[in-house]
Design a protein. Structure first.
Length: 271
């Protein structure tokens, strides 16, 4: 932990997570709000009829942010993704903790700014995740687990350095996975596959009803994807000692001796 704490690149990565998360939340949730909702002239009477727009906004904004800061932080932008990469022994426990804190702070700041921008909107819940009518907590939890599972599985598969068959853009693939998760879950829960994004809306809107679902679901989904990929689908040869070393000290190749290597290993670039 001490070795990472002293690295400039480590703190640049934490700042990158905060800034990218702030932009992601502002763009994605901002797309779900607006003064022209509903568009009566176009027969759009409910928000659920514009699921494609919102899903694409979330997916494309993630892809854009991943392309922008992936070389700095890996652009996790989601505590569930960070947890998956932690269990996959690609980051240290300290780095995972700092990333999650930065992601939550970024979400809160961006949602607070959106609250000011959209303050005159009636019944403005700032993208608050909630269970749809007829959906109980167990069903909502299941939806969140499945939607997050496919996202983290996509992240692990497209960023696996052992693969030589991956071509194209990893950020775009991950962005499409985010969009897919939203297309699945919006009508059931509003899609809470990103706990930090859910936390920002709940805190600023001061509404934590069923909020636990949007942490427990993504955590179970992300952890399950990491364990299944790492131990069943594509087992790694590293032993427990190597894994513990990564968890405590981070990846050896992540930083150079000066801590200023801008070509450090990242998770968002397929090899």
């Amino acid at each position: 932990m001490a070795s990472e704490f002293k690295k400039k690149m480590f703190w640049r990565a934490v700042v990158a997570e905060f800034l990218a998360m702030s932009l992601f939340i502002f763009i994605s949730i901002g797309s779900a709000l607006g003064f022209s909702f509903p568009v009566v002239g176009n027969k759009t009477s409910t928000r659920s009829q514009d699921n494609v727009k919102v899903s694409l906004a979330f997916g494309l904004s993630i892809a854009t942010m991943a392309q922008s800061v992936g070389h700095i932080s890996g652009a996790h932008l989601n505590p569930a993704v960070t947890l998956g990469l932690l269990l996959s022994c690609q980051i240290s426990i300290f780095k995972a903790l700092m990333y999650i804190i930065a992601q939550c702070l970024g979400a809160v700041v961006a949602t607070a700014i959106l609250s000011g921008v959209t303050s005159s909107l009636p019944n403005n819940l700032l993208g608050l995740n909630s269970l749809s009518e007829g959906i109980n907590a167990g069903q909502g939890l299941g939806i969140e687990i499945i939607a997050t599972f496919q996202l983290v599985l996509c992240v692990l598969a497209t960023t696996d350095r052992r693969r030589n068959d991956v071509s194209g853009s990893a950020p775009l693939a991950i962005g499409l996975s985010v969009a897919l998760g939203h297309l699945l879950a919006i009508d059931y829960t509003g899609c809470g596959i990103n706990p930090a994004r859910s936390f920002g809306s709940a805190l600023i809107a001061n509404n934590f009803e069923n909020h636990w679902i949007f942490w427990v679901g993504p955590i179970i989904g992300g952890a399950s994807a990491a364990l299944i990929y790492d131990f069943i689908l594509a087992p790694r040869s590293s032993d427990l000692t190597d894994r513990v070393k990564v968890w405590t000290s981070g990846q050896v190749e992540e930083y150079d001796l000066e801590g200023d290597d801008m070509n450090s290993r990242v998770e968002m670039k397929p090899k």
